[in-house]
Ligand binder design. Structure first.
Ligand SMILES: [Zn+2]
Length: 141
C-alpha cells in the first residue's frame, strides 16, 4: 500500500464502486472521458500487468470481461480497453502509477472520434527493417 496513491486509499464517498472482488475492484472513473468510463483496479499496488500474481491476473481479466459485456449493448455499441504504463510521464491528477484498466464505452460519433481521426493520419507502413528488428526482439526468451 502506497500512502499517497488514490487507488490504495480509494475514497468511497467520492468514488462509485461498481464491484469489489477478493483481489480486484471496479469503479466509475472520476474524472472520466466518456459516460460509463470504468476502471478495473487490483487491490494490491502494482504498476503494470506483468507485476500481477497469477490469481490477480485471472480475477482482473474476468472482471474486465464481465464489465465489457455489460458495457457492450447496455451502455454503448463498442468498448475500448486501455492500460497505460508511462514511468516517463510527470505526476499529475490524471496519472496514477497504480495499475488500472480503462474501459471506455464507445459510439460512432462520440467525441473521441476526432482524436481517432487524427491518430489515423499518424499510422505508417511497417518497413522490413523494423519488422525484422521487432520480430527478433519479441521472439527472444
Ligand atoms: Zn496504489
Amino acid at each position: 500500500m502506497i500512502i499517497n496513491c488514490p487507488f490504495c486509499n480509494i475514497d468511497r464517498e467520492r468514488t462509485r464502486i461498481l464491484s469489489m472482488g477478493e483481489k480486484v475492484f471496479a469503479v466509475l472513473s472520476n474524472p472520466r472521458l466518456l459516460p460509463g468510463h470504468t476502471l478495473v483496479i487490483p487491490k494490491r499496488h502494482v504498476e503494470k500487468i506483468a507485476d500481477l500474481m497469477q490469481d490477480e491476473r485471472k480475477e482482473l481479466f474476468n472482471t474486465v470481461i464481465a464489465l465489457q459485456k455489460k458495457i457492450i449493448g447496455k451502455i454503448a455499441t463498442g468498448c475500448d480497453m486501455r492500460h497505460m504504463y508511462r514511468p516517463f510521464a510527470s505526476e499529475s491528477k490524471a496519472r496514477v502509477d497504480h495499475l488500472q484498466i480503462h474501459l471506455l464505452p464507445r459510439e460512432v460519433n462520440d467525441f473521441l472520434k476526432d482524436i481517432m481521426r487524427l491518430e489515423k493520419k499518424m499510422w505508417t507502413a511497417l518497413v522490413p527493417s523494423e519488422r525484422e528488428r521487432f520480430t527478433k526482439l519479441f521472439s527472444k526468451k
